[in-house]
Write a new protein. Structure first.
Length: 203
């Protein structure tokens, strides 16, 4: 895009790996391209992108990793939750969630709330992608939070958000989730992904 000189604010998620000397050796950044384009005045493919702009969220929330048994258990819950997507096990997927679970994504101005909304999301992803496969790349359990990087791959069988259906297209989406857990259940999820990846050539 050409420079617009407009102010822009958007949610993003970054994973930084560092060497022993503190220098950054690897960086993964996730954000929604359509939201940024809409804020800058470009006609974005996503008609809802302009309303999903980030807003100040207050001071940062800091969590420290302790290596406790609770952290180990929380990481296992998140792995089990994503494995249930892969195995199309709806009951196991919902069993990992609290009744009032919230899912926040860059593509939606309001979080999806409750198990019913979670069930609809589970069913939607399996309508959109056939032969769906999830692959977990990294998991970090930190206090009450678990951060996880993973990919979802499958053949597109329905529109995915604003991305229209394209027959015989293999889609690979890279996703980062931050899940908050209490009493062994996921209570909140902040999801970062870029749906524009669905338009990219498959793996």
């Amino acid at each position: 895009m050409s420079p617009t000189r407009r102010a822009v604010a958007f949610d993003r998620f970054a994973v930084l790996a560092t060497r022993q000397d503190g220098a950054v050796s690897d960086l993964h950044v996730y954000f929604d391209v359509a939201s940024v384009e809409a804020e800058l005045g470009r006609s974005a493919s996503d008609p809802h992108a302009a309303s999903s702009a980030a807003s100040p969220a207050g001071p940062p929330q800091v969590a420290w990793q302790s290596g406790s048994s609770d952290e180990i258990h929380n990481a296992a819950v998140v792995r089990r939750w994503l494995d249930a997507v892969d195995s199309i096990d709806r009951a196991a997927y919902l069993a990992c969630l609290s009744e009032d679970v919230e899912l926040t994504t860059p593509q939606s101005p309001q979080p999806a709330r409750g198990k019913e909304a979670a069930a609809k999301g589970f069913e939607a992803i399996h309508r959109q992608l056939a032969e769906l496969e999830t692959r977990i790349d990294a998991v970090w359990a930190i206090g009450d939070f678990v951060a996880v990087e993973y990919s979802i791959t499958g053949e597109q069988t329905a529109p995915i958000g604003w991305v229209p259906l394209a027959r015989d297209r293999v889609v690979r989406l890279q996703v980062a989730d931050v899940a908050e857990l209490h009493d062994g259940r996921i209570t909140r999820v902040w999801r970062y992904l870029n749906l524009a990846q669905a338009n990219a050539p498959g793996p």
